[in-house]
Design a protein around this ligand. Structure first.
Ligand code: LLP
Length: 426
């Protein structure tokens, strides 16, 4: 995060607080969120994408305090479940600023969205179109919908590969003609207002050529809808997926550059097709919240394995960051509580779970004198860590502490053993 730096004693600072005092006050492990960084990234995207709409993807991390910040920063919000929708509404987000996603929204979720007046519902199946049209008809309203299009582009970190559209659970396939058919069916429903097409090609993308292909494909469909069905679609959503730096190997673009490229892609494709430019929206999650947060752990045991590496066990693990185990994701780690002149050794930061795959950071050089009681910070854990956290091994989930201007406040409290027991019946 932008306010993070080490002081002269090697103690990591964030938001005007040092991690040693934060560890004392809030315990470890803890997710420490640099609120200024989060807000700055909201602003970067808003400014970069001025003239477009930016939806923060709540799946990356959501709680009421985050929703309130989004309201203050005048952001829109993408929600993908009844729970995320409830959180957004509970914290006062204007429903018109919400987009609801999901390949299997329940009748209950759709009803709630329609009744609340959610701004966009991104429809994902023919079953859903039918369900939504009926719900809207009963209530005499006309929700605004987007069509989730599977464009046959799957982005993978630095490259993109075309995938067989039949092999996607999301959206309506473009190649199979289903997306066009969805537009036809929606346009026949007088209780649904078709606003545009939506495409999300993947996550942690650095190469914008995937967006270029997807924009070309959805805009070609848009043109077909105009000529064959006589419908002008005023909007286009190209989804999220902008990559962040987990390690020094990753080189993300600033939001402004990204926006420039995305606008150019849309403008070029529209010019090529001779069609009017739709109003653009994007849905970054990771790129806004990911870099804002690091996880602070305390070292419990240090186990050098001769000729291999040193295993440094911390007091969390795969229950607070499943991404290493699940996606083979790369993270970095740093000694956060003191300076050390000791030579670097190859370390693996592992958790406390009963599983050999419980790795937080696969490879990192840590000072050879790393020892129990040291604090270790793992940056870039704002996205898809707390939101994907579990209670595996009955480990309570860590708190999220927002730090800003020397003030720290808990925005999600630490789970307790009582919380875990509270769900057991009998
Ligand atoms: N919009 C839609 C329709 C999405 O499905 C997603 C992410 C986003 C936006 C936001 O993508 P972002 O900008 O955050 O990359 N758990 C995985 C990531 C799953 C993303 C799912 N959809 C991970 O930890 O990498």
């Amino acid at each position: 995060p932008r306010t993070a730096r080490k002081d002269d004693d090697g103690v990591l600072q964030v938001g005007g607080r040092d991690v040693a005092s934060l560890a004392q006050e809030f315990g470890t492990p803890a997710y420490l969120l640099d609120e200024e960084d989060f807000r700055a990234r909201c602003r970067d995207f808003k400014q970069g994408f001025a003239g477009a709409d930016v939806y923060y993807a709540g799946k990356a991390f959501l709680c009421r305090a985050i929703v309130r910040i989004l309201v203050e920063e005048e952001m829109n919000l993408d929600v993908c479940s009844g729970g995320e929708l409830a959180t957004a509404l509970a914290a006062g987000m204007d429903p018109a600023r919400l987009a609801l996603h999901g390949n299997n929204k329940s009748v209950r979720e759709l009803t709630r969205a329609v009744e609340a007046g959610v701004g966009r519902i991104v429809v994902d199946s023919f079953d859903e179109i039918e369900r939504l049209a009926a719900i809207a008809r009963e209530r005499g309203v006309r929700p605004r919908v987007m069509i989730r299009v599977t464009v046959g582009v799957e982005a993978h970190t630095h490259e993109f590969i075309a995938t067989a559209h039949e092999d996607q659970k999301f959206g309506f396939s473009l190649a199979g003609g289903k997306a066009f058919e969805a537009a036809r069916v929606i346009l026949e429903q007088d209780t649904l207002e078709l606003r545009g097409l939506h495409s999300h090609i993947g996550s942690q993308i650095f190469d914008t050529s995937g967006f270029e292909v997807s924009a070309r494909r959805v805009l070609t469909l848009q043109e077909r809808i105009r000529t064959e069905l006589g419908a002008e679609l005023p909007e286009l959503d190209l989804g999220g997926g902008f990559g962040i730096a987990y390690t020094s190997q990753d080189t993300p673009s600033p939001a402004g550059d990204l926006a420039e490229r995305m606008f150019k892609i849309v403008a070029d494709e529209c010019r090529g097709l001779g069609i009017a430019q739709p109003h653009l929206s994007v849905e970054p999650g990771r790129a806004i919240v990911g870099p804002s947060t690091f996880t602070l752990y305390e070292v419990g045991t240090v186990k050098p394995l001769d000729g291999l590496r040193t295993y440094v066990s911390v007091d969390g693990g795969m229950s607070d960051n499943i991404r290493t185990a699940l996606y083979d994701a790369s993270y970095s780690a740093t000694l956060a509580s003191r300076a050390s002149q000791a030579e670097p050794i190859l370390a693996r930061v592992v958790g406390k779970h009963c599983e050999a795959g419980d790795v937080v950071v696969k490879d990192e050089f840590l000072p050879a004198d790393v020892r129990p009681g040291d604090l270790i910070a793992v940056p870039g854990t704002g996205a898809y860590c707390r939101s994907m956290a579990s209670n595996y091994n009955h480990v309570p989930r860590p708190p999220v502490v927002a730090v800003r201007d020397g003030q720290a406040r808990v925005i999600v409290r630490r789970e307790t053993e009582d919380d875990l027991l509270a769900l057991d019946v009998g």
